[in-house]
Design a protein around this ligand. Structure first.
Ligand SMILES: NC(=O)C1=CN([C@@H]2O[C@H](COP(=O)(O)OP(=O)(O)OC[C@H]3O[C@@H](n4cnc5c(N)ncnc54)[C@H](O)[C@@H]3O)[C@@H](O)[C@H]2O)[C@@H](O)CC1
Ligand SMILES: Nc1ncnc2c1ncn2[C@@H]1O[C@H](COP(=O)(O)OP(=O)(O)O)[C@@H](O)[C@H]1O
Ligand SMILES: [K+]
Length: 527
């Protein structure tokens, strides 16, 4: 599957399997990586292809550095002037990198990355290649390295195109988090350290064979610039353990087959009291637009009039307390609920949540429902497999404080604990599907499946950071649950559709627009 994201270990295993099978050598893979990188760069910037210029290649102590030596050699072959700097000891390079170091030495010099060699370039290079670390980054970066790259970047990256081979140096390929730089020496404390990944202001990242999980999480979308995949002729993405999948579209069942309205389910959305019903109405509209057969707002008596004047296709029922909700849920055609948006934190709201969870329906729990659960001694006692929790960062930290803490402490070494790890651990603890919001929304279920819906790179949707966007998402999830999708598919599809709706509308988006864009997004899917 082309939307499978790899860990560093899986990438190494794929490479090793190919080498062991005898179809290719490590040296050939490195040659393909370097050559493919140059082709991708010249394809990205045709002006560089038309007029070869000057390049600086920053190489590190592993095979990422080896790729850098190949790039340097291939560029020279195409008429470029190239300077190469090495961080580390050439004698200790791994074998394939060492071969390419020697091949480069037949072409040009190798200077020291952390010494004075980096000073005093009398020109601005047209191209800078970051080949310091790739998927093998495993520990805190030295202050000397971070400082040297920072000095270089401040002097030269203005006006130069910067390309990272595989992943920006300093990012963990597992988590996309910046591995910190060591503290500066006493006499340099006034000069803050900056990760090479950030300092270099990278324009383009060339991932070899497949994107890694870390390309889509954490700091990576900000640090990578654009992301392209360079084919190095490895077969497929087959791995023993599936770690995470990129959500590239809605899952099966989103397109509506024929049938009666009750064939498409009946979702109910619980509202808050008077003056607090807007969030639930937004959710209800999302549920209806995504194709639930019937959607009903369920409101307490004092909020009925407020809802009645604003709802048409969405139906309305009165429900004052948990007993009334339990009565309502005697109707087994009601198969999905949305709880939380604008619900408030009252005891009544808590009782309604319990009544809903006891009725064993498909339930999207968002916003206030999550806050209520988080305040309980055992927040997860009543949850079951048919629930979906949709926390943002703050709600996640309240529900899963230790997991959030682990995710937030600086990652001193790789592989660093990632948002995928955190969401998977949360789903395991909660015993249900968890959708952890953000630009890099991660969805995981209690069985360990994980998916990333990344609104980054050419799918960026910054307009989604608007009040009420989350309420609509919860409603879309409830609508898809009503239509019979599994919690994992409902949450993943909803997250994807939500971002597509935002992108279809563009700047100026407000939450009300999101449900109204769904028909256009769905129509485009059928084309
Ligand atoms: N796996 C594959 O199929 C291929 C991998 N290739 C390249 O190889 C890379 C992976 O190579 P490696 O596993 O050698 O990893 P890296 O090149 O990322 O570097 C690992 C080396 O850096 C050292 N190191 C790690 N963290 C350090 C730190 N903070 N400070 C100083 N030294 C540190 C390690 O001890 C090791 O020597 C990929 O990113 C890619 O660029 C390509 O050549 C093509 C094929
Ligand atoms: N910069 C962004 N890019 C993409 N999606 C975003 C961004 N900021 C927020 N979102 C998405 O918007 C929604 C906001 O939900 P939430 O934080 O619950 O807000 P609210 O409660 O105001 O609706 C989530 O789905 C989140 O993933
Ligand atoms: K790199």
């Amino acid at each position: 599957m082309d939307n499978l994201l790899l860990t560093a270990a899986q990438m190494r295993a794929l490479e090793q399997a190919a080498i062991d099978s005898g179809v290719v050598t490590g040296l050939e893979l490195m040659e393909r990586a370097g050559t493919g990188a140059v082709d991708a760069i010249l394809d990205e910037w045709p002006d560089l292809a038309a007029a070869p210029g000057r390049a600086v290649v920053l190489c590190g102590p592993g095979n990422n550095g080896g790729d850098g030596f190949v790039v340097a050699r291939v560029l020279v072959g195409r008429g470029w002037d190239v300077e190469v700097f090495l961080y580390g000891d050439a004698e200790k390079l791994p074998p394939d990198a060492r071969v390419n170091y020697e091949r480069w030495r037949e072409v040009g010099e190798v200077q020291t990355l952390t010494g004075r060699d980096m000073d005093g370039r009398g020109y601005v290079p047209d191209l800078t290649i970051d080949a310091i670390f790739g998927t093998g980054l495993s520990r805190t970066l030295s202050w000397e390295l971070c400082d040297a790259v920072k000095q270089y970047a401040w002097t030269f990256t203005q006006g130069t195109r910067v390309v990272a081979l595989d992943i920006p140096s300093g990012l963990s390929a597992e988590s996309g988090r910046r591995i910190p730089c060591a503290d500066p020496p006493e006499d340099r404390l006034a000069f803050p350290t900056v990760s090479p990944a950030a300092a270099l202001a990278i324009d383009l990242t060339l991932a070899f064979h497949a994107p890694k999980i870390g390309h889509y999480l954490g700091d990576a979308p900000a640090d990578c610039g654009r992301l392209r995949v360079v084919d190095i002729g490895l077969n497929g993405g087959a791995t023993d353990v599936e770690t995470a999948r990129l959500v590239c579209g809605p899952f099966e069942g989103v397109a509506k087959a024929s049938g009666h309205k009750y064939d498409h389910g009946h979702a109910i959305v619980l509202t808050g009291g008077m003056g607090l019903t807007g969030a639930a109405r937004l959710a209800a509209r999302g549920a209806l637009r995504i194709g639930a057969g019937l959607v009903t707002c369920v409101a307490p008596g004092p909020a009925m009039m407020e809802c009645a004047v604003q709802l048409t296709a969405v139906m309305l029922r009165r429900c004052d307390d948990a007993a009334a909700l339990a009565d309502l849920l005697e109707d087994d055609r009601i198969n999905a609920l949305c709880l939380g948006p604008g619900m408030g934190l009252s005891d009544r709201a808590g009782d309604l949540i319990d009544a809903a969870l006891s009725a064993r329906r498909h339930i999207a729990l968002d916003a206030d429902a999550l806050t209520i659960l988080a305040e309980r001694d055992d927040p997860f006692a009543m949850l079951h497999h048919d629930c979906v929790l949709t926390p943002h960062g703050g709600e996640f930290a309240s529900l899963f404080p230790d997991i959030a803490e682990r995710l937030n402490v600086p990652a001193m070494e790789g592989p660093a604990y990632s948002k995928v790890d955190a969401t998977r651990d949360a789903a395991d603890r909660a015993g249900c599907t968890v959708l952890f919001k953000g630009m890099d929304t991660v969805i995981a279920d209690e069985k360990g499946n994980a998916r990333i819906n990344a609104a980054v790179y050419d799918r960026a949707a910054p307009w989604l950071a608007t009040a009420g966007a989350g309420d609509v998402l919860a409603g879309i999830i409830a609508g898809l649950l009503a239509r019979g999708l599994s919690p994992l598919d409902a949450a993943s599809s909803a997250a994807w559709l939500h971002v597509e709706a935002a992108r279809a509308f563009g700047p100026g988006l407000i939450a009300e627009d999101l449900p109204e864009m769904l028909p256009q997004v769905l129509a485009a899917l059928e084309r």
